[in-house]
Design a protein around this ligand. Sequence first.
Ligand SMILES: [Zn+2]
Ligand SMILES: [Zn+2]
Ligand SMILES: [Zn+2]
Length: 206
Amino acid sequence: MLREYVKQYFSQFDVLVISILFVFGFLWLIPDMERIHIWMALAIGMLSYAISEYLIHRFIFHMKPPKVRWLLTMLKRLHYDHHVSPDQLHLLFLPVWYSLPLIIIAGSVAFFITKDFSLMVAFVTGIMGYLLYYEWAHYIAHQPVQPITPWGRWMKKMHLWHHYKNENYWYGVTNPALDVLLGTYKNEKQVKRSSTARNLEQSDMK
Ligand SMILES: [Zn+2]
Ligand SMILES: [Zn+2]
Ligand SMILES: [Zn+2]
């Protein structure tokens, strides 16, 4: 059964593109593997994604619907519509027209700072590796299947609270670190059910 999920996951266009780029990045790094800085850049890339996962979800994906038409259309595809139809696969994964430009910008900044091509590749490979982990965790959270690890089961529960209990809490998908630090992690029983958890575009009309 897990095989079927793995197959469906990797047959998503956006996941496939990032996976291929991730493999190329990894292959590029093999001759450089003994450099400790390569591993540090990989780790920093992963950490950067883990932090932006929370910040982007909370402050951009959940911002009040913008008046500018194309921005609204973009946010609907990136997140609002995912809250309306959490099980729709074509709304679940971050599209490459969104993720790739951000990865390119992050890579350019890394190259500007380090002036080292391999360090830049390591940094973006770390970002893409964590992005794939995020997409997998998010995909499994919305499939009728129990994650294998206790951590996975906890994260899935937390993400479903975000969708079905109250969208103003539990923004982390792979980890609750920033939720705990910034006060959006609450005991689920002490949080009131939100009437706008399925319809983010209505949350500013109250
Ligand atoms: Zn979700
Ligand atoms: Zn798609
Ligand atoms: Zn959300």
